[in-house]
Write a new protein. Structure first.
Length: 294
């Protein structure tokens, strides 16, 4: 798949999940219009949609139809959106800008942002639970684990605790493996579960792929925080240094961090071997993750 084909595939998948997300808000009589507007702002204003794209790519690699992948893709993006709304709050990272727009608590207010995040999380499980699938319990469990105390929320706690500290590379990997990696692993698992049974060995191959590329994604994010600009990133550049957060460039140096990201991508691509040629789009996505500019 060349660069133009990858760009077209990414655009098509983003458009597909965006249509699913927008449909959740259309022709709806909302009891709390301000809450509804804040939720829309949190989920529909831009975004790379990387996690839904991974759901589609993993599912297709194992033979799933796009229609069956829509609900898990949308549910995962809703969880990601809720996490960003809460991550930006004054009690967390206190950010003013997200995806080139004011963060939800700046566009509305802090209480509304908290409630909008809560509602987006609940909506994610409503969307996923509304699908008819023989492995629905396993899919719901995978999303819940990734989002909760053993996944993303645990990672956020570790992230807050690390501010001003001096963790080593292993501790940093553990933190990011929860905060960022958990949802990326959930993306490929959800896509895979749509297609195959829980004991299919190809799911383990996808897990190995996702563990590596999830960390590569975060390493590259740390690099972009140093090298990127606010206009391109859609959020404040240099924020990690300003908050005294430990990052891969601070521990490994800029070139060392870039080399680490490349090493992780190759590890992830190698894990896809049991899937054969059908995994080629997943390999291209892995490389895209450390070539993107935002």
């Amino acid at each position: 798949m060349n660069a133009d084909m990858l760009a077209a595939r990414l655009a098509a998948d983003r458009a597909r999940v965006d249509a699913c997300l927008e449909a959740l808000f259309e022709t709806r009589q909302a009891p709390a219009p301000r809450l509804e507007a804040a939720m829309r702002h949190g989920v529909l204003v831009g975004g790379k949609r990387l996690r839904p794209v991974l759901v589609y790519a993993a599912g297709r690699a194992l033979g799933a139809a796009d229609e069956a992948l829509d609900a898990p893709a949308a549910a995962l993006e809703l969880i990601h959106a809720y996490s960003l709304v809460h991550d930006d709050l004054p009690a967390m990272d206190d950010d003013d800008l997200r995806r080139g727009q004011p963060t939800v608590h700046r566009a509305y207010d802090e209480a509304t942002a908290i409630l909008a995040g809560d509602a987006l999380q609940a909506l994610a499980f409503e969307v996923l639970a509304g699908t008819a699938h023989p492995r629905l319990p396993a899919m719901v469990a995978a999303l819940a684990r990734a989002a909760g105390r053993d996944g993303m929320v645990a990672g956020q706690v570790l992230d807050l605790a690390a501010v001003g500290g001096h963790p080593d590379v292993a501790a940093l990997a553990t933190m990011h493996g929860h905060k960022t990696g958990a949802l990326i692993r959930a993306a490929v698992r959800l896509g895979g579960l749509v297609a195959v049974a829980e004991d299919d060995p190809r799911l383990a191959a996808l897990e190995g792929y996702a563990a590596a590329i999830g960390l590569a994604f975060q390493v590259h994010d740390d690099v972009l925080d140093v090298t990127g600009d606010t206009a391109t990133l859609g959020k404040a550049s240099g924020a990690d240094a300003a908050r005294d957060k430990p990052t891969y460039p601070t521990l490994l140096g800029l070139e060392g961090a870039r080399a680490k990201a490349r090493e992780l991508v190759e590890e992830g691509v190698a894990a896809l071997a049991p899937l054969g040629a059908s995994a080629a789009p997943l390999a291209e996505l892995a490389r895209y993750m450390i070539e993107r500019d935002h």
